[in-house]
Structures are given as structure tokens and as C-alpha cells.
Design a protein. Structure first.
Length: 520
């Protein structure tokens, strides 16, 4: 499949990716401007406590058990084949399972609330922390109970609609948080806002699912043990991946909170959050790959599937590399301007370490979602589990010796091993892509293309001192054409260049035709 197919055919792909990235940009910018206000209002201890509690609640999301991914995968496959009754049965099984698991989430939250004293939570936050945990359990339960409807929206490849909902809810969340904190609200109010957003998102997904796929009426479907086993067989492996990812990305705050003052969590999270925002850039694109891969799961589509995965991984690497390099070279300067000079060095060092793994993770994420879409993700689950356990063991071993920078290395090193060793091996086995193609097309070409951009970033970092965030961003924008030129010259082949030219010409012609019709 040529690159043009990836970025323009079907047309929904471009729409979905653009919508996901629009939602990401909006949410990332809102978090960017909101974070300093929240940190200053709550203080390092208050914000550190909030981050610790959020990490603990995140583990309740493990009760998803991969069921949402299973519903999305099978609904996409059944819809493509016109098996609407099977789609309804799978959705019904998912709703029943999630109803039970939602109840478990609430009971687990109540139990976890009594374990709060085991962490370094200050006494003045103890009672509020217990309430926040319970409200977090209700939020998770709501998310689980309505997850199958969101899975249907994704299976129908209408990420534009779900992204629109996310943007509207983010606007409401921002207004609510600012208003609550200005009125002197505490952590309980923030948790209540999160619960309200979860309920609103669930209701919106229910409405969209009904409109997009009216034949999928789960309430009238007859689902049986076969459908339950089908969901569990797929979901068990997906759940193992999700559990491992939660350990990888959420355990850091808990480890720090167990061994260091809770204020140290803030210093770590300030740097780590910037890599999380960048991961969202990749996920906005990768999320559109999974349902398409599920539809291509047939021997006759093997070559098309191979090209989709390979070129998708390369595109993810190209998109993330300028961001990762900027964070690695200039992250400390940015954090100093954003959060204040006190955060520049400790949080900047954490960010630099995590950015190394981030750069290579980008291409791997497309591989991961493709394997999930093909239902060939069992080896990936084993790899993620090994990464999570290694991450956790290293974090505990290093946090007391080297502090938060040791926790950062404990996260980065296992990630690099999975990305650079396991991922190429899985691609060769499942899709038939040689490791040499991964090394050349996904890694070497984009990295070589970014050398001039990296040099320009280093010169700016060592020769200039921006006095505001605006000046910093203007410097980055100023050298982005260097990155674009490198990508054009080194990262993409002549065939892709011609496809991009053709797409640009077609888009320009369509725009001119639209303007002529509008003018007449």
C-alpha cells in the first residue's frame, strides 16, 4: 500500500488523524497553561498528593481486562462482514462484564482508601485523600460501564466525533477546575469534576454509538458463553498489556511516594508529563490504525497490511523526533520558563532521560496497535510484562540511591530494550517485515534527517537565553523548516515524495474549486 493510501484513502483516515491531533493539541495546550496554576494553587505537597492519588486510582483501570479492545476489534470485523447480530452480541457481553467490573472498582476503591497511611501523605490531606480515592473508584466504574459504547464509535472509525466530545468536555473541565480552585476548593472538588466528566463522556458515547451503528442493539441481542469466551480470550492478552503499561507509566509516582517526600513526585511528574503529552501525539495517529488492521486481517491483504504497518511506524517516528529532540536538548530551559527556575534542573534531567526512550517508542507503538488489531499480541503482552517488572524492580533499587533521576532511568532502559529488540522480532514473525527494514526505514533515515535540526537546537540552547515561553516557541518554530528539509531529503523515498506532491496538488485544486463555487 503506497503512502498516499495511508494519508488520503480512505478519506476518513486523514479526517480521523486530524481530529485526534486537534483534540490532543487542545488538551495539551490547556494542560500546559493550567498546570502552573494548579501547582501554585495547591503547592508542591498538595499537587504531589494529587498526583499520587491519581496514580493509585489509575490502577483500578486495570479492571478493563482488555474488554474494550475486544469489543472494538470484533465489532469492526463483524461490521465489515455485515454480521450485525454478532456485533450486538459482543457488545452485550461487554456491557454485562463491565457492569460487574464497575462494582468491583467501587469496592476496591473503598478498600484502597484505608491503605493511604502506608504512603507519605501529610496528615492534613488524609481525610480528603480517602474521599478522592472513593470518587476515583466511581469515575473508573462509570468509565467501565460505558466503555463498549466508546468502542463502537472507534470501531466505526469516527474518531472525529469522539475527539469533538473530548474537546467540549475539556473546555468544561478547565472552567470547572479554575472556578473551583479560585473559590478555595480542595482535592475533593477536583475528583468530583473528574467524575462529572466521566459521566458526560459515557452519555455522549452512548448517543453516538446508537446513531452510528443502529443495527447494534445490545439490549435486544442474545449473547451467550461463546461470546463471553471470545471477549475474554482476546481481552485477557490485551489486559496483560494494559496492566503492564499501567505499571510502566503509573508506578513511578507510587514508588517515589513510598520512599521519598511526596513533594518529590511533583518534580518527577512535571518532566514526565511532557513525554506523556508527546505520546498522545502518536496515540492520536496509532488509534486509527487498529480498526483498519482488523479489516485487513485476510491473506489477500497481507502486502497492503505490511506497508500500512511499516509506513505508519516511520510516520510516527518522523512526527515525534523533532519533539523528542527538543525535549532532550532544551527541556530544562523550557521547564524553567514554564514552571519556574526551581523546576528547571531536577525536572529537566528527568525529561532528558525519558525523551531518549520516547523517540524510539513512537514507531513501536504503531507495531503494538497493529498486533492488537490482528489478535497476534500475546508475545507483546509477555514483553510488556517483563518490561513492567524490570521497571518496577529498578525503580525500587535506584530511587533510594539516585532519587527521581534513577526512577527515570528505570523507566527508559527497559522501554528501549522492548522497542529496539522485541518489536523488530515480532514484526518479522507476524507481518513479515525484515528487521533491516525497521532499522533503515523507521530508525536510521529519520535520525539522519534530524541531525541538522538537533544541531540547530543545540546552538540555540547554548547561544541564546529566551526570556519567555513565547520566545522559546518562536525559536523552535524558526528551525522547524530545517527538520522538514531533512525529512524530505533523507527520511522518505522518491516514490513517497511524488505521492505527497500529487496529494498537495489535488488538495490545492480542490480548495480552489471550492473557493470558485463559493464566489459564484
Amino acid at each position: 500500500m503506497p503512502l498516499a493510501r495511508l494519508i488520503e484513502s480512505p478519506a476518513s483516515t486523514l479526517r480521523n488523524v486530524a481530529a485526534n491531533w486537534a483534540a490532543f493539541v487542545f488538551i495539551a495546550l490547556s494542560s500546559f497553561f493550567l498546570s502552573p496554576f494548579v501547582v501554585r494553587t495547591l503547592g508542591d505537597t498538595g499537587y504531589g498528593t494529587w498526583s499520587l492519588l491519581a496514580s493509585m486510582v489509575a490502577y483500578l483501570g486495570l479492571l478493563d481486562l482488555g474488554i474494550r479492545s475486544a469489543v472494538m476489534r470484533y465489532v469492526a470485523n463483524h461490521h465489515a462482514a455485515g454480521r450485525h447480530s454478532e456485533s450486538a452480541a459482543i457488545t452485550g457481553a461487554g456491557l454485562a462484564l463491565f457492569g460487574v467490573l464497575g462494582g468491583v472498582a467501587i469496592l476496591a476503591a473503598v478498600s484502597v482508601a484505608f491503605a493511604i497511611p502506608a504512603f507519605n501523605v501529610p496528615a492534613e490531606y488524609m481525610q480528603a485523600a480517602r474521599v478522592v480515592i472513593v470518587l476515583g473508584g466511581l469515575t473508573v466504574a462509570t468509565t467501565l460501564a460505558t466503555a463498549p459504547f466508546g468502542a463502537i464509535v472507534s470501531a466505526m472509525q469516527r474518531f472525529d466525533l469522539s475527539s469533538g466530545v473530548d474537546i467540549l468536555l475539556e473546555i468544561g473541565r478547565i472552567v470547572a477546575i479554575i472556578t473551583a480552585l479560585r473559590l478555595g476548593a480542595n482535592l475533593v472538588a477536583l475528583a468530583s469534576i473528574q467524575l462529572t466528566v466521566a459521566v458526560s463522556r459515557g452519555l455522549a458515547n452512548m448517543y453516538l454509538a446508537r446513531r452510528l451503528y443502529p443495527e447494534c442493539r445490545a439490549g435486544s441481542a442474545t449473547w451467550n458463553r461463546t461470546h463471553t469466551r471470545t471477549v475474554f480470550a482476546f481481552g485477557a492478552v490485551s489486559s496483560a498489556i494494559y496492566v503492564s503499561q499501567q505499571v510502566i507509566f503509573a508506578a513511578d509516582a507510587i514508588v517515589i511516594g513510598a520512599f521519598l517526600p511526596v513533594s518529590m513526585i511533583t518534580l518527577f511528574v512535571v518532566g514526565a508529563n511532557l513525554t506523556d503529552y508527546t505520546r498522545a501525539v502518536v496515540n492520536g495517529f496509532a488509534a486509527t490504525i487498529t480498526p483498519r488492521v482488523s479489516r485487513l486481517d485476510a491473506p489477500s491483504s497481507r502486502q497492503e497490511l505490511r506497508q500500512l504497518v511499516l509506513e505508519g511506524a516511520q510516520l510516527s517516528m518522523i512526527v515525534v523526533l523533532p519533539i523528542a529532540l527538543t525535549l532532550f536538548i532544551r527541556g530544562g530551559t523550557f521547564i524553567g520558563l514554564w514552571m519556574g527556575p526551581a523546576y528547571a534542573e531536577p525536572s529537566g534531567n528527568v525529561l532528558a532521560v525519558l525523551s531518549i526512550a520516547l523517540a524510539f517508542w513512537a514507531g513501536h507503538q504503531v507495531v503494538a496497535v497493529s498486533l492488537i488489531g490482528l489478535n497476534r499480541h500475546r508475545p507483546l503482552a509477555v514483553a510488556y510484562l517483563a518490561e513492567a517488572l524490570t521497571n518496577l524492580a529498578l525503580s525500587v533499587a535506584l530511587v533510594q540511591r539516585t532519587g527521581i533521576i534513577g526512577v527515570a532511568w528505570a523507566t527508559a532502559v527497559p522501554s528501549l530494550i522492548v522497542t529496539m529488540v522485541v518489536s523488530p522480532a515480532l514484526l518479522r514473525r507476524v507481518v513479515g517485515i525484515a528487521p533491516s527494514e525497521i532499522v533503515t526505514q523507521v530508525w536510521l533515515r529519520p535520525l539522519m534527517a534530524m541531525v541538522p535540526f538537533a544541531l540547530a537546537s543545540w546552538l540555540l540552547e547554548t547561544r541564546t537565553s529566551p526570556n519567555s515561553i513565547l520566545a522559546f516557541f518562536l525559536q523552535v518554530v524558526m528551525i522547524l523548516p530545517i527538520a522538514a528539509a531533512g525529512i524530505w531529503a533523507w527520511a522518505i523515498n522518491p516514490t513517497m515524495r511524488q505521492q505527497i506532491r500529487n496529494l498537495a496538488i489535488k488538495s490545492w485544486s480542490s480548495a480552489m474549486a471550492f473557493l470558485r463555487r463559493t464566489g459564484s
